[in-house]
Ligand binder design. Sequence first.
Ligand SMILES: [Zn+2]
Length: 259
Amino acid sequence: MLIGEVMFNGFYAGQPESYGREKVVFLTEKHCAVCGRKIKEGYKFRDVFSSNFGDHYSFMFPLSDAVCEYCEVLFRDDFRRIDGILCSLTQCLIVNPKNSFGMDLSRLSNVKVITKSDILHCLVNPPDPPFFVAFKNSEYKNKHFIYQAVVNFNKNLFFISMNGRRCLVDRALLQRMLDILQSAGGVNSENVKIVRDVIKSFIFNTGTEEVKETENKKKAKKNKKEELFNALFNEFKPLADKLVQNSFLINILSYCRND
Ligand SMILES: [Zn+2]
């Protein structure tokens, strides 16, 4: 099961509308440049990718001049304008904050638009496998990003792609982080920053003392921050090993924070 197949079924319900690219029958069997499957018909590479595309290194057969019908849908320009996607074989959620998606979604019954703050809920309640998840932010601009995701077969431990980087999500750990943050006032900038400091203190094994000292030097909102830091430090301490291994989870919280 490859990512294009999930997209082909989850977004288009197996029937993608034509995108103005001509489907051709090849004289001999070819490999799809992107996924490597053997195909007798599909699309010409140059009809799918512009000469500006430069990420061929991540393809299975970068020298092939053919693209399969599944991979073709991943590289439609409309998808460069969205910020995120969670897709299974039967359901597709897209994050489209600027409402810049060019396609009329009303005829696509599998597709639903969500906001950034819905993402955390969706990650702790992922769709039935196989599924993939990919996000990007403004750093990634209008680049294609969906093809960099991986297909997951496990709801409890899965990869998401953020700006092309793969991040492992331990669902139980993420749920626990959310529970702790909710009781500390929510997933807001200040709390996320403090959790980042807590995780750093686990990574560098500094405990609460060194951070206190830094905070003293800054003298900014010292007492309240210190109090919250200590509370979160104690809450997260039993999870320290897991958090260090999964420290990229903080980037997800930062991306999805709701303030
Ligand atoms: Zn392919």
